[in-house]
Ligand binder design. Structure first.
Ligand code: NIG
Ligand code: FE
Length: 413
């Protein structure tokens, strides 16, 4: 089956040869074609070029994109889409003056979501989560990572990971799965951290590995959550089962965690609202992708990741949503890109690179996703008519999407 999209005003993120990521000053460059065509062969991008060279294809379905912009789907490398219920009550508590930390200390926060999740059936969690997955697909996400971490019991964590597996089986979007048993210490382990870490290592991990339920291992490395040495134990144990670390770190405090993550081969370090010179040094010349989550900063009013400082130091940066019930009840990557431009002073070129090719890198999908390259997956966004892609972040709250395509087919839900 062939589809040819013609008269594209701007075809963004065109890479003749596959690259893995872009860093530092390179991020300011977003390669594109003006007045272009794009050919999809089944689920794959098979050709593209300027309209003047557009081939005449017999029997191909023709899609006219006059005035519209086409870009590769967003790659959202950090979400917690699978959860039960929501935390709108805590949202109002924060409006009334409580901080995220104060709410967590009163037994709210992650433990609140964990209680709800353990009381909810797998089927019900699946039904709630699939709505969120469908929503982010319709908002232009074409590859997504989903974490566990609201179970915090053997059964609860397995239940979450099985829901992720089922979503993977039932939807055409690429999904990577991350085990986040080390998200918070359940109340009964508050005074005995090592016992909970032993539960993760000796009970959860072997079962998860036996059912092949995760690609990555995560921990919340933060003051009041998992210390550097506790996180190192988790990373080392995960690696024994083939799970690469991707770690929540530096959301509220910098405690030298990034260095430990890089030394343990983390594929990404995520959040980074607070970053020191030492953290930047640790990341320099490493294979570890820093990931910023600006919607989280927006929603709980904490600092934004210092993108300019990091890019000036030559580092790459990816953008992801962090979709979760506590700090970011949104997976809208258009809003993420816009917020990165407005609040983090990233240019539209940098933000789109960060949300596509660098996001793909952070979930090991840069061979198949994140750019318009022959042989890559035909996962696309076609916008409504626009004058320039600058209007993507500029129109920060307008739905600019005309259609989204996964595996070469227009998504219809
Ligand atoms: O990425 N920081 C840790 N985890 C989530 C929030 C978890 C929650 O509040 O439910 C995050 O922001
Ligand atoms: Fe998160």
């Amino acid at each position: 089956m062939q589809t040819i999209i013609i008269n594209i005003k701007q075809l963004l993120q065109v890479r003749e040869t596959s690259i893995t990521k872009v860093s530092g000053a390179e991020m300011a460059h977003l390669p594109m074609l003006e007045n272009a065509f794009l050919v999809l062969e089944n689920d794959i991008i098979s050709d593209f070029g300027l309209m003047e060279n557009c081939p005449k294809l017999e029997n191909a379905t023709i899609v006219d994109a006059t005035g519209k912009i086409v870009l590769p789907s967003f790659c959202d490398s950090h979400t917690h889409i699978v959860y039960a219920g929501n935390r709108s009550g805590e949202f109002v508590d924060r409006i009334n003056g409580l901080s995220y930390e104060e709410i967590a200390n009163r037994g709210g926060g992650i433990l609140n979501s964990a209680k709800k999740l353990n009381e909810t059936t797998e089927e019900e969690i699946y039904n709630q989560s699939k709505k969120r997955l469908e929503e982010v697909i319709s908002q232009g996400t074409g590859a997504v990572e989903i974490k566990s971490g609201y179970g915090l019991t053997v059964e609860g964590e397995l239940k979450m990971l099985r829901v992720i597996k089922k979503l993977k089986e039932n939807y055409p979007i690429a999904i990577k799965s991350t085990f986040l048993g080390a998200h918070a210490f359940p109340t009964e382990y508050k005074e005995n951290h090592q016992a909970y870490i032993n539960l993760i290592i000796n009970e959860m991990l072997p079962k998860i590995a036996a059912e092949n339920l995760a690609d990555y291992i995560d921990a919340f490395l933060e003051t009041g959550y998992f210390s550097v040495s506790e996180t190192i134990q988790i990373m080392e144990a995960g690696k024994k089962y083939g799970l690469t670390p991707k770690i929540h770190v530096n959301q509220f405090t910098a405690i030298d965690g990034i260095k430990a993550c890089v030394e343990n081969g983390a594929l990404s370090v995520d959040h980074l609202e607070i970053v020191t010179e030492e953290d930047i040094e640790a990341l320099r010349d490493s294979a570890c992708m820093p990931v910023a989550l600006p919607s989280c900063s927006y929603f709980i009013s904490i600092p934004y990741t210092p993108a300019r400082q990091m890019l000036n130091a030559g580092l790459p940066l990816a953008l992801a949503s962090d979709f979760n019930p506590g700090t970011t009840p949104s997976g809208n990557m258009h809003f993420v890109v816009a917020t990165a431009c407005i609040k983090m002073k990233m240019t539209p070129e940098e933000a789109i690179n960060a949300a596509t090719i660098n996001g793909a890198y952070a979930i090991d999908l840069s061979d198949s996703h994140g750019s318009i390259t022959k042989g890559k997956k035909a996962n696309l966004i076609i916008t409504k008519p626009l004058h320039s892609f600058y209007e993507i972040p500029y129109c920060f709250a307008t739905n600019l999407i005309d259609s989204v395509w996964l595996d070469g087919e227009k998504v219809t839900f």
